[in-house]
Design a protein around this ligand. Structure first.
Ligand code: DAS
Length: 364
């Protein structure tokens, strides 16, 4: 080993002590901003609140078991980016989310955002229907303040659980001026997505949320959000939908297209009282021959028919695979079937006029 004379050791030690004295405290690069926004976390359940039997349990765990205060306490870094409070609005696995849950959640969101002491909201949610809740809120929240949905693909007990960092990023985003007026957002896996276009694309991986063709809005990196685009469609404060006095939503159901399709399910749904049907057809929203008379009969009974596609990307073109003008059908534009259902439900709270409803599908 090289011999270092004592004087050099002392000099090195003094230098090290001086450097330590001036070195910024850990995390100073991400020190809290002067003014911290007030962000309310509304917890609904899901994997982000899930627990497993062991740290390696990533499937077969129990969803919706950890309460909102525990979620907050598990991420003390939240206090660096916002003044955070939490409410447990519900505690469910999101495959069981329903219209009543949505109305409860949306009314609470609007009540909180109307308060001057609330700057943004984060909603912790199961991933299975997260995209649907996000779009529903995108159409009914009456504020431009940030509303950010967040979930997790691994339970809170798992090795490298994604919930804590996803929650931190979501709160950081909801506290950011850049997120104002961007519509309802989804923050997952360091990415920012618009509610209208994001979808869950993988059953189990942390990168499951994607906006495949129209593109995510940006990233969250180094404790900052970076936006590179925003949706061109009206949302939140710019929509005509008002759920404040609604206790229920019109029944709208989905029929899924496939080879050998018959109108059995369609006829059952219409008989059960559906006011609207989303036909998630093959290809460009194509209608199998046996479906046309059944859909026509449903339309004649006053049921609004929307031609969507099972494909997942692209425009369902009006008068393309069917004569929508003659059939008096609506087309879903680029909305997938589950989101077209949400827009049609809300449209039916305003009108049954198919031409006005078609305008709404080209607006939102
Ligand atoms: N069952 C899923 C849900 O609650 C778990 C999850 O991925 O959050 O949506």
């Amino acid at each position: 080993m090289q011999h270092i004379p004592p004087a050099r050791w002392i000099s090195a030690a003094v230098t090290a002590l001086l450097l330590a004295a001036v070195r910024l405290p850990a995390g100073a690069a991400d020190a809290a901003p002067a003014h911290l926004a007030n962000v309310t976390i509304l917890a609904t359940g899901g994997t982000i609140a899930g627990t497993g039997a062991s740290s390696t349990t990533t499937i077969g765990y129990t969803s919706a078991t950890v309460g909102v205060q525990s979620l907050i306490q598990a991420v003390p870094e939240l206090a660096k980016v916002a003044h955070v409070s939490g409410e447990q609005v519900m505690q469910i696995a999101s495959e069981s989310m329903d219209n009543a849950h949505w109305l409860t959640l949306a009314k609470r969101v609007n009540a909180l955002l109307a308060q001057d002491n609330v700057d943004g909201i984060v909603i912790t949610h199961g991933t299975d229907t997260l995209e649907e809740t996000a779009y529903f809120l995108d159409l009914v929240v009456k504020s431009r303040k940030p509303v950010v949905l967040v979930g997790a693909m691994r339970p809170s007990t798992a090795l490298s659980a994604d919930g804590p960092i996803n929650l931190y990023n979501a709160v950081l985003l909801a506290a950011s001026p850049e997120a104002v007026g961007k519509g309802v957002l989804v923050a997952m896996n360091d990415q920012i997505h618009a509610a209208r276009e994001v979808s869950k694309t993988n059953t189990s991986t942390p990168d499951t949320f994607k906006t495949t063709e129209l593109g995510m809005l940006g990233y969250i990196q180094g404790n900052h959000p970076f936006f590179y685009r925003q949706s061109t469609r009206k949302n939140t404060a710019d929509t005509v939908f008002d759920i404040s006095r609604l206790d229920a939503l019109p029944q709208v159901d989905i029929v899924y297209g496939y080879a050998n399709m018959q109108p059995t399910a369609l006829n059952a749904l219409v008989a059960a009282g559906a006011k609207g049907i989303i036909h998630a057809g093959v290809g460009d929203g194509s209608l199998a021959a046996p479906m046309v008379p059944a859909l026509t009969a449903a339309r004649q009974q006053g049921v609004v028919i929307v031609r969507a596609s099972r494909v997942g990307q692209g425009i369902v073109a009006r008068n393309g695979e069917a004569n929508d003008d003659a059939l008096d059908f609506v087309v879903a534009d680029t909305l997938n079937a589950q989101k077209a259902r949400i827009l049609l439900m809300l449209a039916l709270t305003k009108t049954a006029d198919s031409k006005e409803i078609q305008r709404m599908f080209y607006t939102y």
